[in-house]
Design a protein around this ligand. Sequence first.
Ligand code: NAP
Length: 246
Amino acid sequence: MSEGRVALVTGASRGIGRATALRLSRDGFTVVINYNGSEEAALKVKEEIENNCGKALCIKCDVSDPVSCEAMFKELSEGIGAPDVLVNNAGITKDGLLVSMSEEDFSRVVDINLKGAFHCMKLAAKYMMKKRYGRIINISSVSGILGNAGQANYSASKAGIIGLTKSAARELAGRGITVNAVAPGFVTSDMTDALSEKVKEAVTQQIPKKRFGEPSEIAHAVSFLAEEESGYITGQVLCVDGGMAM
Ligand code: NAP
């Protein structure tokens, strides 16, 4: 069903993005693996996809930089084709309490997590509108829904993703383009490996499923929203969080 279609996953060198790239390749997409710093890891994802008879391409791009994003989309549109599916997954944390959070740490998180998605959506939508087809999936977080102490910058960026998703969904619905968000709970990755064992235990107690999620479980939700048959679902936030935000 997805043969010949292109899916761009931002931040696909590691964690949830990597799992999503592998899953979308299994679904038949040609996958564009965007990375910023981890070239070696991105090349490994490409190799894994090719070893399973899939097609993939790696592109370095800092999604917080609009010029870098423009260059990425230009390279794609002149090469394998502009993406039919865009997964805005690239994200970082720079945790700290509100009263001691620097303006720089607030801005960097918003620039990558929220503005990065904006830059890529804007560029992707232009091509998708011409094709009258597209699937945009933005990775939010339960922190954007519930808030989280120590994550004012991150929660604001992830709540912003939800507003961005819903507004774009309304603008693009008539053009065959759906825009949805997936809001993971706590998922095993480099991002959560940085948490202390004490914090991990305390968080686990707040999860009805009593465990962290796996990147493949987030990828599964993305895969569902990326399907052609999901065309009547738009402007939604799908929580994949073991019941945390119900
Ligand atoms: P991760 O393992 O730390 O991976 C982050 C990815 O983002 C990497 O591939 C990294 O690429 C990329 N990235 C960072 N800055 C970038 C930039 N400026 N331009 C392009 N790519 C950039 O994180 P993860 O846990 O998989 O998280 C993925 C997404 O899920 C994020 O948006 C995160 O906020 C969200 N999320 C995660 C959790 C969780 O518990 N893990 C929960 C809710 C939501 P390079 O290394 O190549 O720079």
